[in-house]
Design a protein around this ligand. Structure first.
Ligand code: ADP
Length: 370
């Protein structure tokens, strides 16, 4: 009996030693981390504050421990804390969330936060741990790139507009004098200029979106007229494909017409780009209760399930043999989904590799009886 209790005493001491060693090790890791590591209780009161937190936010541990974390949150972002707490109380975890925080000197910094619940031995959430990384420099770099892209795109627009008008002028003249060679060549140039204009517009839109500055210019318009225009334009631009379309029932939409046209044009040009010449592209426009559902269906290469999940990300392009010679920047679908998101709509894709793809979205019909 005695031997047994001595053994368990020794075992207990060993365990305690191990646990305290682990504790020291963890503390050393936390202290030497380049990221700010902070813990707080469920009332948002700071309970620990590492050296990098001190460097990042300017407060000493003595100044922060026991103080509300709200001290670091800019006034216009106070709601974040409530939302995060609600999510974590349900057992969730907030990963790489980009936001802004305010330092002791009042400077606003960009941070990426990872927040996890801290549980006691019985699994009950007793607090939260926050890992913050200063991404101010990264954000500035992004901003510089954005400004550059916006400036270049803007500068390219002016000469392109002038090229476009001269082509129109020459084209008219070539047609008048029945110069078939000239007409043909100028039509091709015109097509390429249109492509370039679209690319430049997409780049400008991309930088506007990044800045959160893409205003919608909404108006009410007839969906039937809108779709008829889109399809007749597509029939000219995508002449090597067979466009199938049965006019849609009329309804009134309240949307940014130009942006919606941009979405449709993008889906149609993708349908042609990723399918073989001579195949059919079907455009559907169906009324489902108080909504109009638009679909663009192709018989092209299709997209596998893994790529479908990432298709609407900025710069995402599907790799592989079939797509390697097809040019593009991977921003078209990102812009479509963002434009639709601004209209409270969601773009969806259904696809089977080798059989084709269907891109769809719905828009609310304006209730004329209101
Ligand atoms: P881009 O066509 O310029 O690369 P998008 O953002 O329009 O950029 O499309 C992203 C990617 O999605 C494309 O690179 C392509 O791999 C895939 N994709 C888009 N539309 C289709 C389609 N209709 N069929 C097959 N793949 C498509």
């Amino acid at each position: 009996m005695k031997i047994h209790s001595e053994v368990s005493q020794q075992e207990g001491m060993r365990l305690r030693k191990n646990t305290s060693q682990q504790g020291f090790m963890l503390a050393a890791i936390v202290n030497s981390s380049d990221d700010a590591i902070v813990s707080k209780d469920l009332n948002g009161i700071v309970t620990s504050w590492n050296r990098s937190a001190q460097k990042m936010f300017g407060y000493l541990a003595e100044e922060m421990i026991g103080q509300p974390i709200l001290k670091l949150i800019p006034p216009d972002r106070k709601h974040e804390e409530v939302e995060i707490l609600a999510k974590l109380r349900k057992g969730g975890h907030v990963d790489h969330f980009e936001t802004k925080r305010v330092t002791k000197s009042g400077t606003i910094i960009d941070v990426s936060l990872t927040i996890s619940p801290v549980r006691n031995g019985r699994g009950k959430i007793i607090g939260l741990s926050k890992i913050a990384r200063d991404i101010t420099e990264k954000k500035l770099e992004q901003q510089r790139k954005n400004d550059f892209v916006a400036m270049v795109s803007h500068e390219l627009k002016t000469p392109l507009t002038s090229i476009k008008s001269y082509i129109q002028l020459l084209l008219r003249q070539a047609k008048k004098t029945e110069d078939h060679y000239g007409t043909n060549a100028l039509s091709k140039v015109d097509e390429q200029v249109k492509k370039m204009t679209t690319m430049i517009r997409d780049f400008l839109d991309l930088s506007r979106l990044e800045e959160g500055k893409m205003p919608l210019n909404k108006s009410q318009f007839s969906v039937q007229q809108f779709m008829d225009e889109i399809v007749s334009e597509a029939k000219i631009l995508l002449a090597e494909h067979n466009i199938r379309y049965n006019s849609c029932n009329d309804a009134i939409l309240n949307a940014d017409r130009d942006k919606l046209q941009q979405v449709m044009a993008n889906l149609l040009s993708n349908a042609a780009k990723y399918s073989s010449k001579g195949s059919t592209i079907t455009v559907l426009c169906e009324q489902v209760r108080q909504k109009v559902k638009f679909s663009v269906i192709d018989e092209g290469i299709g997209i596998d399930t893994e790529d479908q999940k990432r298709l609407f990300e900025r710069f995402y392009r599907v790799g592989g043999e079939q797509t390697k010679n097809i040019s593009g920047f991977g921003i078209g679908l990102y812009l479509c989904s963002e434009i639709l998101r601004l209209h409270n709509s969601i773009i969806t894709v259904e696809s089977l590799p080798g059989s084709g793809s269907t891109f769809s979205f719905s828009m609310d019909i304006v209730d004329n009886n209101l």
